[in-house]
Design a protein around this ligand. Sequence first.
Ligand code: NAD
Length: 503
Amino acid sequence: MRTTRTTGWTGPAQYIGGRYQDGSGTEQLTVTEPATGAALTSYPVATAADVDHAVRAARAAFPAWAGASPSERSSALGRLAAELHHIADDLALTETRQAGKPIRLTRQFDVPGSIDNVEFFAATARQLEGKAAGEYSPDHTSSIRREPLGVIGSIAPWNYPLQMAVWKILPAVAAGNTIVLKPSELTPLTSLMLAEAATRADIPAGVVNIVTGPGQTVGQALVGHDDVDMVSFTGSTQVGLSIARAAAGKRLHLELGGKAPFLVFDDADLEAAVHGAVAGSLINTGQDCTAATRAYIQRPLFERFLSRTAELMASVRLGDPLDPETDQGPLISTVQRQRVAAFVDRARSDGAKVLHGGDAPGGALAGAPYYRPTLITGVPQDSEIVQSEIFGPVLVVLPFDTDDEGLALADDTPYGLAASAWTSDVYRAQRAGRELRAGCVWINDHIPIISEMPHGGYKASGYGKDMSAYAFDEYTNVKHVMSDITGVARKPWHRTIFSDRSA
Ligand code: NAD
């Protein structure tokens, strides 16, 4: 049953200095509900002046927030987690409406996963790590200070709006930085709700600021702002490269695109692999940077894997994302569906066999950007559909013969965000974990993430880590303080300048 409740978002679209602000923009953007095409809300986008206002608010809040004790920051973030628990259902509903995600996904994955991340960083705020202070030289005591960087400018995508906002904001503020986040212009609402919750949690004004609008204007103004100390970006590889140029001279953290391989050896549990491939390729309608996109199946299992995967894909229910029975929702927009369909159509005209899907559903779903689960084979490794990120519900399946060949094919794209290997042989599993060039390698699973463990890429998938203590480290500078403990005026090393003169 479709609920008629509206979103939990209450204000205008800029959240600066602990409150909603109208901003100075006049250009309007509309947040559209992908499943219905209805306008959820329209908002005036930020201008460069609004971005500057937000950066100044973050700068003003920095000294006190950086100077708060770890336990004070930890308590504040703990209160934020409590606030989020309180509005969890509104967050799930708003996320589902603005992004078209099935409500089962937002209630069971996006929202609880985000809150768990907040709780993790509330705890991590108190765990500053470094080498032990000591006399590494006989004449000095060395100590390590781990210090926040200042103002962070962050930019996030639309596929997991709340989670991406949390992944960017929490490690940064737990470490004592302040932040200005620009969510995707398509899905700003849950990031704004998160900032509102931060204020209710008594996180000081200016620590968390949100500016909204398109990347080319608002994003560029943020990335290029002189008073932003670090830029942290999650999005496509193409935009990430342009951000790397625009942010030259600043500390940079890039979480970019993916094209995850799914490598099935001939001793794998076939049913487990087929279920993993269907769930792992269709999660969030395939709009997941770690989604299984290329399945390589060792020859003895190849035909059975294909037929069973097609059978299981046929059981996936497309429908209204607000209906708890729905397995797969629409894509984010008609533009995204055109993009996905164009990839499949080009592959088809180059000779690909489309064994399931490859088109939009008709009937009641025809008016919205749905695309059926799609299973493709019969394409060469160097084809576009194997090499490029599609970001839709499309799985390409290809055979391999030897283990060496399978591992080489899995690594053969520009990307390296995630990969999985399926086998019951411990040596094959260990080899895959060791040799696959990706930031995460799953063995006999594909997709799960956990707050304690890092997420980040190799190769064109970027660098730096989200989640875990490694993300916390990204947002700190390590300072070495070296104190003389001899009190002598003429140090032994001065002889490099004075030779043996007694000056
Ligand atoms: P995108 O790169 O088009 O946009 C991401 C963000 O960048 C948006 O907020 C957008 O407004 C902004 N932006 C666009 N152009 C900009 C510019 N010139 N300057 C500054 N900001 C700009 O990506 P998307 O379509 O929103 O999201 C999908 C992409 O994100 C996929 O490639 C996916 O793999 C990637 N992604 C990666 C991860 C990860 O952890 N590695 C996680 C989620 C999504």
